[in-house]
Ligand binder design. Sequence first.
Ligand code: KG4
Ligand code: ZN
Length: 339
Amino acid sequence: MKTYILAIESSCDDTSAAVMENNRILSNVIANQEVHRKYGGVVPELASRAHQQNIIPVVEAALTEANITKEKLSAIGFTRGPGLLGSLLVGTSFAKAFSLGLGIPLIEADHMMGHILAHFILGDDVNKKFPEFPFLCLTISGGHTQIVLVEDHLTMKVIGKTIDDAAGETFDKAAKIMGLPYPGGPVIDALAKEGDPLKFSFPKPQIPGLDFSFSGLKTSILYFIRDELKKNENFIEENKYDLSASIQKTIVDILMARLIKAQEETGIKNIALAGGVSANSAMRDALLKTGKEKGWQAFIPEFRFTTDNAAMIAITAYYKYLKKNFASLDVIPYTRSQF
Ligand code: KG4
Ligand code: ZN
């Protein structure tokens, strides 16, 4: 018998709903919230209001696109955390009501686990090779930077994480300093394609173990650009391609150095990327190139499942459904990473 899962993702500024038939994606609808653009970052209160407005039309669109009625659903999944509390509450409350109304199980999913399990979604490529266990996953998003040891679909351990800013946040802050729009990661990625990554160099953190630190880099970008602007007020405009390429290279090098260290320490040769920053073209190239040189099996997620989406929550809910790992109706969201 086939399992049909509807899942909701509302942890940050995108409202998304997806329908899955077993591990195969039938629909994945994402409503981006434009309201934050003019503030240069996500405004939590506006995000939760926009989720409230979007959630019913987005769910309806996901069901229509999947061509199924809600009566056919086996379960409903939702992001319990981490994320913005008000935003998470909208998805959580909606999912509870849906579960109660239809008499189907409620399944909670962790957003970071979802990013990783996006690798197991059957999407465009029907011959897709899924990562083999155990594998290491470098999970890089707007709020998190983690190296995760993935033992099976639902057993994961963080073996390295950022002690301050996340990789995506560093892209976004660098873009903000350069006067570029939010979110800055994709903008820097596009500009970097025309630039010289060796034009400017920035310091790399020296911290022990498998942890990351990006706050020093962020500060050095800020001071460097501030000092250059004193000498030439057109510095950013004249150097935006080279600045983007050099900043991007520094972030990718920091991430890759830690990933190589984790690989050497664990001996695990299956290596994956996940999260919004895994959409970055230089990051994807670096993993594939290093993987080839070092004899790793490298896995990069399908592009449309890198940034926040409900398909990754649906696949997480699917694996929990198989284990009858259901949530009770009194479940409440959490804002900080649980693992
Ligand atoms: O996973 P995600 O969609 O949301 C969170 O869970 O945070 O990640 C969003 C982050 C943002 O910081 C955004 O700038 C970054 O992913 N991002 C990128 C690219 N696309 C999205 N960073 C670098 N290059 C990209 N192409
Ligand atoms: Zn995310």
